[in-house]
Design a protein around this ligand. Structure first.
Ligand SMILES: NC(=O)c1ccc[n+]([C@@H]2O[C@H](COP(=O)([O-])OP(=O)(O)OC[C@H]3O[C@@H](n4cnc5c(N)ncnc54)[C@H](O)[C@@H]3O)[C@@H](O)[C@H]2O)c1
Length: 455
């Protein structure tokens, strides 16, 4: 042992001062990253971003309603984030033109084909806000091109594409954020902390819903823009892997009111119940793949569509937790969001941005009641963007990361299979095998899976 070290540790007096000194150094080291942090992210140490001034160049793919809404809500935050929208893409010229104009870009930065945008070396990250059937292909292509990806929910149209995205994120090590904005709300993270701290005991069942109503019975019916036609809209490409429908009035309806057709989305499951599953699964502290999923769906009120107007999911997880989730577009009274454990129950209120932990009577001596209130507005998309750019620069796990997303989207994809094929879906996460109640292996559903039930 070097003499110096021996000397330092020979008396209790010196040992104490050594410990104090070491502790001070440890505090200084752990505080160091905070000292260098700054609200202007461009001054944070760069992990993945090599561009000038550490600016992140973002390409936006899909500039319809939600893409435009992202562009608008991002606009006032771009400086703070040190992000520039450097390219936009849409296969409908009218949507592309207005996004190009809004973002102040030249026509060379506006693309009809996302693969051309991905060839741009200066683009660091992409935001995918296309129709759901393009989420998987655009995400995979983006990761292959070395881009970080923020993709709107649901993760993909079908389960197997979600597993491909999961594998690709793991192999490329790029940052992936799925666009379920509620996962950025601190209350779900607080509940996860309570669960992990053992306050609820083993989880037993969770519930939630997304329910709304509309007077004209016209949910997801959008006006057809008479200007749209195959000369300014790449209709064939838009249909992606779905069966090809020739351009017609019906095709125009499909383009604008795609939510009503199974070819392009899973209806309430992907559109509304994503917003329940991603944050509630995050709040369980340990998002799991489902072991069994059952789902029903009915379509007796809104008959002018393929998708259900009311749907109920039961999802069982290996830990024993069961989720009961409902969604409807023809009644506004939902189930309150709750997570029940053996020792306590948590109630979540989105509108109040509040989580309350209430011990079971039997465990009231052991567990204290708690309440978490967040005065900030609930479900702000900007918060998910802030987290995305922070993870690109500093590393860390995005709020709606790929591990959470793939589990939530597997539940939703199996729910669609259960509902539309009339089966119970058992899932083995190790082999990614789906079996029905008789133990028969079922291939994951895709565009051409024959459907048995359309109620
Ligand atoms: N997080 C939320 O709260 C929220 C809210 C609304 C919509 N969304 C999601 O946003 C996405 C878009 O929804 P929307 O209402 O804006 O639909 P939309 O039809 O208005 O817009 C989609 C746009 O994507 C374009 N597009 C489709 N495929 C493309 C491709 N391969 N390449 C380039 N452009 C392509 C279309 O031409 C269209 O302009 C959906 O996945 C939806 O689930 C999320």
């Amino acid at each position: 042992m070097p003499t110096d070290s021996k000397n330092i540790l020979t008396t209790s007096e010196t040992r104490r001062s050594f410990i104090t000194k070491t502790a001070k150094i440890a505090v200084a080291v752990s505080a160091a990253p905070a000292l260098f942090k700054h609200t202007v992210y461009g001054q944070a140490p760069s992990v993945n971003v090599v561009g000038a001034n550490n600016k992140i160049i973002l390409g936006v793919i899909g500039t319809g309603k939600q893409g435009s809404s992202h562009l608008k809500s991002m606009q006032p935050k771009l400086g703070e984030w040190n992000v520039k929208v450097g390219a936009v893409c849409d296969l409908y010229q009218k949507h592309l033109d207005s996004a190009q104009k809004f973002a102040g870009l030249e026509s060379k930065d506006a693309y009809r084909d996302h693969r051309r945008l991905l060839e741009r070396k200066d683009v660091d990250a992409i935001l995918v806000t296309t129709v759901d059937n393009w989420h998987g292909p655009c995400t995979l292509d983006g990761l292959d091109a070395g881009k970080h990806v923020y993709c709107e929910k649901p993760m993909t149209r079908f389960a197997a594409e979600g597993w491909d995205v999961f594998d690709k994120v793991k192999s490329t090590k790029k940052v992936y954020q799925c666009g379920s904005q509620y996962t950025a709300d601190p209350m779900y993270h607080k509940v996860a902390e309570w669960v992990k701290g053992g306050k609820l005991g083993p989880l037993v069942w969770a519930q939630g819903s997304y329910c709304r109503n509309n007077k004209k019975n016209d949910e997801w019916e959008f006006p057809v823009d008479a200007d749209a036609n195959p000369s300014n809209l790449d209709w064939d490409r838009w249909q992606g892997g779905a069966k090809k429908v020739p351009w017609s009035a019906n095709a125009a309806h499909r383009y604008f009111s795609w939510h009503k057709y199974y070819d392009y989305n899973s209806g309430i499951l992907g559109n509304l119940l994503s917003h329940r599953f991603y944050p509630l699964m995050l709040a369980t502290g340990n998002p799991e793949f489902p072991s069994r999923v059952v789902c029903t769906g009915t379509r007796k009120v809104s008959t002018n569509r393929e998708i259900s107007d009311t749907t109920h999911i039961l999802a069982e997880f290996p830990s024993g937790l069961t989720f009961v989730i409902a969604g409807t577009t023809v009644n506004e009274v939902g189930l309150p969001d709750m997570i029940r454990g053996r020792k306590a129950t948590v109630s979540l209120s989105g509108s109040a941005n509040q989580a309350k932990l209430q011990p079971e009577q039997l465990f009231s001596e052991e567990v204290d009641a708690e309440e978490f209130n967040d005065p900030a507005p609930y479900g702000k998309i900007e918060n998910l963007h802030t987290n995305f750019y922070k993870c690109i620069r500093e590393g860390g796990t995005p709020f709606c990361n790929v591990d959470l997303s793939v589990r939530a989207s597997t539940v939703l994809a199996l729910a669609e299979m259960s509902e539309r094929l009339g089966v119970v879906c058992f899932f083995d996460e190790k082999t990614r095998t789906i079996r029905n109640g008789e133990g028969k292996v079922m291939p994951p559903m895709t565009y051409d899976t024959p459907v048995r039930i359309n109620s």
